[in-house]
Design a protein around this ligand. Sequence first.
Ligand code: ARG
Length: 568
Amino acid sequence: MKDIKTKIAKKLAGSIEQLSWTEIMDNLEYPPEPHMGDLALPCFKLSRVMRKSPMAIADSLVDSLDIDVVERCESKSGYLNIFINREYLVNNVLKTIVEKKEETGKSNEYAGKTVCLDYSAPNIAKPFHIGHLRSTVIGHAIRRLHEFRGYKCVGINHLGDWGTQFGKLIVAYKKWSSKKAVEEKGTEELVRIYVKFHEEAEKDPSLNDLARQWFARLENKDEDAMELWKWFKKISLIDIEKTYKVLDITFDSYAGESFYYDKTQPVVERLKERNLLIESDGAMIVNLEEYNMPPCLIVKSDGASLYASRDIAAAIYRKETYDFDKCIYVTATAQDLHFRQWFKVVELMGYEWAKNLIHVGFGMVSMGGAKLATREGNIVYLDDLFSEASKRVLDIINEKNPDMEDKEQKAQDIGVGAVVFSDLSNNRIKDIDFSWEEALNFDGSTGPYVQYTYARACSVLRKSELSEKDINMKDIKPEHMTNDDEFTLLKTLSLFNEKIDQALRDLEPSCISRYLIDVCMDFNKFYNAHSILGAEDNKKFRILLTAAVKYVLANGLFIIGLKRTERV
Ligand code: ARG
């Protein structure tokens, strides 16, 4: 629809000299009802600049669109309602999709540009829970959106693998665990002793001093401490990577916090040179009062680096290594202040690229109204969530289609798809009160609905004796589009590119998930009302229309990180 809109906006610009064609384009709307046209120009805002009533403006424009893309226009209550030429839609939209196939929705608009995406970033020796799932799936979708517009993407997993918690873990391990237990139970054992440490430290605060000593040994590269830390990290990563495998997500770099703990000295030097560093209670801070923010902590009183200084060192390293045009950080909005603070520090350090650091926040996940917290045990483990989801899908398959091939894998693809889709179906900023029922709901506007519709389109194409490849676009005539179901579906398909643009502009994957539901609803309506393979005169057209649905759904599913289930 983008090129249709462009043509219309350019033509209208000839009659509206007060606005540029791009401004007109921004004003064009998709009306809520078909009888209101396929596009509409509300003339209310124009009224002031054109010094005419909205009705008079719409009246004056009604005959101006004598171009091939437009069938007719009408002026109604201050709107210019525009009806698209159906012939044009068939010849252009359908043709473009069936020609572009797997490339549908892709462009090279930003070729040559690089974006670093910092997402997922779970904390070592802590469970991978639904809070980190959000960062993982939102970040991954944002990465795909950039790829679709030609960006070179560097996916970075800034692992939380450094900090005082490792001192605690070492103490806890030495007191309450064993090599055998950790090897057998993995992360679960590490979490158990971490929780126990906090319980015991309540009663005996000296444990905290001990933990601090061990962490100091770690920072000084003490061999015993390093060896344990490396081992804990290895054990945790085994579990973390299992999750990525299920989600089919990979990263280009796993340089996490530990990679930077001894690289913060240049940051300190530069801040000193610029007189930005001040001492406060033995620690080194940057005062941000002028910017209405609390100070940013750079060096602890014992000389150790901190979350913020490691982030600054990491940003500099990434700029030097990848020369990014943008660096995007996907974390909960709870970390908003942290990012605003250190972005400001980078700016004060004189790095002009500070403006290219972007924090993409998302809402908190709670459960039963309470915050998720490892220590209190209010947590949903991803492993449990994924296996429960897969099990429920498998039960349905066993009931409906017990002979399905490869059913365990399919049950997992669909079950995990349901969880991921439910995470991406609302605006990212919205808080989520997690409920098992909702995450595992397979009816209505859900991931399984999209995956199932995709499989349905694939199945129609498989069953057809006439392959999409054998159909020549030249044989498709506009009159083959015989009803509004086909027209509506084609119009919805034509929006894919704009939805990608919008999702990329707002860094909002839910634009795509919602759009996929629209495509599925339109396709299912068409499918239920009309025979595709039994069609008489327009079978070829309907097959190509189904193929176009397949390409759009395939790439849409790919963007939001759901498996494409060809057969279910
Ligand atoms: N590990 C952190 C957490 O779980 C997220 C890290 C995000 N990335 C960053 N560069 N700070 O909260």
